[in-house]
Design a protein around this ligand. Sequence first.
Ligand code: NZQ
Ligand code: ZN
Length: 387
Amino acid sequence: MQNFDYYNPTHIVFGKDRLAELDELVPKKSRVLVLYGGGSVKKFGTLEKVIQALPGREIIEFGGIEPNPKFTTLMKAVEVVKAQNVEFLLAVGGGSVMDGTKFVSLAANHDGDAQELLKCGFGPVPVEKAHPIGMVVTLPATGSEMNSGGVISHDGGKYVVGSPLVFPKFSILDPTLTYTLPGKQVANGVIDTFIHTVEQYVTFPVDGRFQDRTAEGILRTLLEIGQKTLENPTDYDARANLVWCATNALNGLICAGVPQDWTTHMIGHELTAMFGIDHAQTLAALQPSVWTVRKGPKREKLLQYAERVWDITEGDEAARIDLAIEKTRGFFESLGVSTRLRSYGVTDEKIDDIVTALEEHGLTALSETGEVTLEVSRKILEHAMGD
Ligand code: NZQ
Ligand code: ZN
């Protein structure tokens, strides 16, 4: 196992009917900016309940954070925070609202051009303090509710921004708040959670047994409840398991002490930025191809994945790996998500542009080993197009 630091200060408040506890969680008499997306939280009554739970605070609302939140939109929220001396940020929504709120918290405390924050990637940001954040989660997928990162869209690119300063103080995870999600977003959530897990698991072995077994537990749970929660959105137990898997797939637990890949995510971000394809759809289209192209370096973990997640024990090694990849593709397709880039309208001629974008963003040595050069990314993209 590799050396690691593990730090996660987020207080999780999990379960039904717990919104009233916001009164204990948000500082009394504070000025609170409530941030939300395109209106689902208004339509389904969540925003109203949140505001009712916060008597005695000065509440300011900021709506309109779009999926794949834009820098320009978020900077308008930063102006509000500064102009109105906001003291606490409360995100009510999915990954886009949660990520956007983290960015607002950092940008409101940054001197100079906030675009500088978009250039920091996984490195430290030049910010000394941040506004405290709380979250009410309406979409299980990104894990943003219990991690310190976000992804911000700007000028044709998607940029990772993060800092330990923006770990949420608390996140309320009430699975019933997610019942109103359209099926497409539920499927996206299952797939995003699945891919977060495999990007920290299907790398090379370092005898991280707890991490591996936990990752396998998340993956097997998703296989058990993925279809079920899609077909029966109000099955509480199925949805509760999805919510808790999503959070634990990206809260720093399963990646501690083991190698991480993130090739699928980094190429996927370019596809979202260029073609507007949903985050999870890009992942579903790329992951089988990442494994097909990199069967060699991932051989041992792919065999472990085949056996422990899919119970594949028969046949020679190559056949077991191929079957595991095929079954993974089948799982994504069974949720109604295509695994071929062509079906999202991407054409062969666009591959050059995608590779150029990867180069412009410095994504020229991806994966757990750094061996995914632009040429390897090109092969992955060509394979992901499908017939
Ligand atoms: O905007 P509203 O009207 O609220 O509608 C949203 C949005 O249209 C809707 N929605 C959310 N909760 C709902 C609901 N509709 C009905 N009922 C509810 N309860 O769902 C749509 C999608 O929301 P969004 O927040 O964009 O989805 P998601 O949670 O998948 O977040 C995607 C973003 O997260 C980033 C992605 O890149 C993307 O920008 N990621 C963040 C990560 C992180 N912070 O660690 C990691 C991920 O890999 C990912 O990159
Ligand atoms: Zn993701």
